[in-house]
Design a protein around this ligand. Structure first.
Ligand SMILES: *Cc1c(COP(=O)(O)O)cnc(C)c1O
Length: 398
């Protein structure tokens, strides 16, 4: 059996959890939460990173920071996870869906301008599969119309656009450390505050609307209710697990990249034959191997392929049911223009198993797809695989 996802321990997780227990204090904002925040700040270039209990929480905080009022519009793709929209709907905001690009499946930046109305407050680009949206254009549009940009970088840790970390480019960014993402904490996330104007309020909103963070730093002698807010921080055991993963983020990303590259090389021929399309990564983007997907030619072809996989006990998955076709999407959101690419691509996309430790089983996945797998290639040690593929990759990049 080959599952779609499998959790991975990078080494120090259980030891750090033990250490967090030893301090006798498991509530939030302890040693490992601080370590994780500093790690994110120094590795993404954001001004302030706050660890949250999920990316959903980080997005909800963003909606509060953006002061979304009932009737305010927020431009985003329909091809995304529900939390992108829900965070704003909770504040009475109206998601306005625009179509995605056929190449990256990211929001089509050329459609954003026309979707702006006097009620528009923010743009929420989603970096699908850890491949950056066209952020320069999006930031220019936002500046011109005085809008906020909140990056849903749930899938984006360790990936860059023009050398800048995803999540660090807009006014605010949100990461996920859910167990299906690259760097995991079970449930976990972070909000990146890239614009100083939100820094003080973000701390308060995250701490139940109190200035407890200032109190901990000794800046005030008692803490009180200051603003609206909720409890958006994780416990220390979760942060301890997370920090162990962050410490090994490069290693984890490289291991995923090796698997991604094997898929990409092995499927080239099928793409040339017209059986499927492989992911397209633009030159400005360094992706993070969050996902390997293929685009089949039709829903029928995808359904048949999934059946073939099931017979081998292999479990690829597809997503998303576009939000505009979901019951709550119809109730709470609005569409701008036609969502042709969204409707079409979401029916043809299939995500292949990709997790650290997949190893030789990857060959079985490729066989079902009908890829010619040179067995010697896979029988080589992992180390050799890596050397060969990195060399190939280097050539492809030139
Ligand atoms: C995973 C994901 C989320 C939600 O992350 P959680 O940490 O589970 O709340 C939001 N948006 C996108 C695009 C995601 O992939």
């Amino acid at each position: 059996m080959i599952p779609f996802n499998k959790i991975y321990l990078s080494g120090n997780e259980l030891e750090y959890i033990r250490q967090s227990h030893e301090t006798g204090n498991l509530s939030g904002d302890g040693f490992f939460t601080g370590k994780s925040s500093r790690w994110l700040e120094s590795n993404t270039g954001t001004k302030k990173a706050l660890i949250t209990h999920s990316c959903t929480a980080a997005l909800e905080m963003s909606a509060l920071l953006a002061e979304i009022q009932p009737g305010d519009e927020v431009i985003m793709p329909s091809y995304t996870f529900v939390s992108t929209a829900n965070a704003f709907v909770l504040r009475g905001g109206i998601p306005v869906f625009v179509d995605i690009r056929a190449d990256t499946l990211n929001i089509d930046e050329t459609l954003i301008q026309a979707a702006i109305t006097p009620r528009t407050k923010a743009i929420v680009p989603v970096h699908y599969a850890g491949v950056g949206c066209e952020m320069d254009t999006i930031m220019q549009i936002a500046k011109k119309h005085n809008l906020l940009v909140i990056e849903d970088a749930a899938q984006g840790i360790m990936a860059t656009y023009k050398g800048r970390a995803l999540g660090s480019i807009g006014h605010i960014g949100a990461y996920s450390f859910h167990e299906t993402k690259n760097i995991i904490a079970g449930e976990g996330g972070a909000i990146l505050i890239n614009d100083d104007q939100f820094a003080a309020r973000a701390e308060i909103i995250r701490e139940k609307g109190t200035n407890r963070s200032q109190f901990y730093r000794g800046q005030v002698d008692k803490y009180t209710w200051q603003d609206i807010g909720s409890s958006y921080l994780p416990g220390e055991d979760v942060a301890a697990f997370l920090y162990a993963q962050l410490e090994k983020a490069e290693e984890i990303t490289q291991k995923r990249m090796d698997i991604w590259n094997i898929y990409h090389e092995a499927l080239q021929e099928l793409e040339q034959k017209g059986d499927l399309r492989r992911p397209i990564i633009s030159v400005e983007c360094q992706h993070n191997a969050h996902m390997y997907y293929v685009l089949l030619n039709s829903l029928k072809q995808r359904t048949e392929l999934i059946q073939r996989f099931k017979k081998q006990d292999i479990h690829p998955v597809f997503h998303y049911i576009p939000l505009h076709s979901a019951p709550a999407g119809k109730q709470f959101a609005r569409i701008y223009g036609e969502l042709k690419q969204t409707d079409d691509l979401s029916e043809r996309l299939l995500r292949l198993p990709l997790w650290v430790g997949l190893g030789k089983q990857q060959k079985d996945v490729l066989k079902v797809l009908g890829a010619k797998v040179v067995s010697g290639f896979f029988l080589m040690s992992n180390v050799l695989d890596m050397i060969v593929l990195r060399a190939l990759n280097g050539i492809a990049l030139i």
